[in-house]
Design a protein around this ligand. Structure first.
Ligand code: ADP
Length: 445
């Protein structure tokens, strides 16, 4: 195991990684921007290094500054968390050149899976269905219109370099396609500095179900079952749960096996997630791979009893999985609600400012992953996630009851949050029946 690592991230995930390090007896160095100077978790690390101003380009995304911090603090490895540099293969290559271990997959698998077009080809080779769509970036509006005619409306336009649901547009006919194509192009080039777009059949009333995978250097590739992330707003996840309600044992097995096949085909090592869309008939299609730890990883940890972040460190340090597939059981039911500083009544506009009131919930079955405390100031420079409320109970009905009472206890103010909306979702009869799809929140609220 490493003796000292650096955490190239902030907020709740930096704290999550510090906790894993503490339990493993690994020293940790955390980097921070000037905006995070007062974050409490900094005092839990063995060393904290300021790497620049609030703007991510000057700090958390700044490779030379992060590498310098790693070199002066004498670490053996870097954990990237999620977002920022976590899926940047160039950064991983630089770590390799500097003889610093990267806690995540090799840059080759990251390149392969990070490119949506190449990932689709890999899926086809691995006999995993993909959503019908373009097998390369579409050159222009006319080509997009021709292709849409071929695959049939509705279609979804996506940014090739996309992420976080940005740059996506749904079109129901040629006229809306032509309008959407231009706005998606503008958004993609400003958000990702890459205007390439591609087209897919839009699966109506589909569910988002993803599979957690762990793989070691010997090729032992295991799945840790699925997470249902169908509750989304603007194509971004809000509530996640495992097991996915309404999935038959057979489909669940097939889905998990498909994820393992994909991971093996990509030569994948470490923790990764394979995302699928399930149509109304429970037919599943591979959508994309995330080559990092996911925000929603705790629900998998709760039902399997496996600490994913600790395993990321162990695998990166060369340790092999001592587990076999049949040892990994999905026990009970877990739900996560993302608590964001956002105003659901105002199109989920992010809220910044000081959190004066912060009364966290607790009790049997409740886990809160949050870096926030009373007096914490939310910076407008970063995402709006202020905590992840997770519950784990024997049955789904008990987990829902537990989450409802935990949300009731949770008080955050004066900033607006998603707590109230999550409470309404958990009470909604469609959710209780387990019958929701990715459009549910937008149709209902
Ligand atoms: P990102 O990388 O931006 O997160 P994804 O490809 O993971 O984008 O898609 C995010 C969400 O957008 C999915 O969970 C789903 O709700 C919706 N989505 C994406 N592709 C399709 C599709 N072909 N049909 C229906 N919904 C889709």
């Amino acid at each position: 195991m490493f003796s000292r690592i650096l955490i190239a991230n902030r907020g709740e995930i930096a704290l999550r990684i510090i906790r894993a390090c503490r339990e493993l007896g690994v020293q940790c160095v955390v980097v921070y921007s000037e905006a995070d100077r007062h974050a409490h978790y900094l005092s839990l690390a063995d060393e904290a290094i300021c790497i620049g101003p609030a703007d991510p380009a000057e700090s958390y995304l700044n490779i030379p500054r992060i590498i310098s911090a790693a070199e002066i603090s004498n670490v053996e490895a870097i954990h990237p968390g999620y977002g920022f540099l976590a899926e940047n293969a160039h950064f991983v290559e630089i770590c390799r050149d500097c003889k610093i271990n990267f806690i995540g997959p090799a840059p080759e698998s990251m390149h392969l899976l990070g490119d949506k077009v190449q990932a689709r080809k890999l899926a086809e080779k691995s006999k995993v269905a993909v959503v019908p769509g373009s097998d390369k970036a579409v050159a222009n509006e006319d080509e997009a219109a021709q292709l849409a005619e071929k695959i049939g409306y509705p279609v979804i336009i996506k940014a090739a370099a996309g992420g976080g649901g940005r740059g996506m547009r749904i079109a129901h006919n040629e006229m809306s396609l032509r309008v959407a194509f231009h706005s998606a192009e503008t958004e993609a080039s400003s958000a990702f500095k890459n205007a390439d777009l591609y087209l897919e059949k839009y699966l109506e009333q589909s569910r988002h179900v993803e599979v957690q995978v762990l793989a070691d250097h010997t090729g032992n590739t295991l799945h840790l079952w699925e997470r249902d992330c169908s509750l989304q707003r603007r194509h971004q996840k809000l509530v996640e749960e495992t097991p996915s309600p309404g999935l038959s044992t057979e489909v669940r097995q097939e889905l998990c096996k498909a994820a393992v096949r994909l991971a093996k085909a990509a030569g994948y090592i470490n923790a990764g997630t394979f995302e699928f869309l399930l149509d109304k008939n429970n037919k599943f299609y591979f959508s994309e791979a995330n080559t990092r730890i996911q925000v929603e990883h705790p629900i998998t940890e709760m039902v399997t009893g496996i600490d994913l972040v600790q395993w990321q460190l162990r695998i990166a340090a060369g340790e092999n999985l001592k587990l076999r597939q049949k040892d990994i059981r999905q026990q009970g039911s877990a739900i996560e609600c993302r608590i964001n500083a956002e105003d659901p009544a105002n199109d989920f506009a992010p809220c910044s400012g000081c959190i004066d009131r912060f009364i966290p919930p607790g009790g049997f079955g409740v886990r809160l992953d949050s870096h926030v405390y009373p007096g914490y100031r939310i910076s407008p420079h970063y995402d709006s996630l202020i905590g992840k409320l997770v519950v784990h109970k024997k049955t789904r009905a008990e987990a829902i009851a537990c989450m409802k009472r935990a949300l009731q206890e949770f008080e955050v103010g004066p900033v607006k949050t998603t707590i109230g909306l999550c409470r309404e979702i958990l009470t909604h009869r469609q959710f209780v029946k387990g019958k929701v799809d990715t459009g549910f929140i937008e149709r209902t609220w």
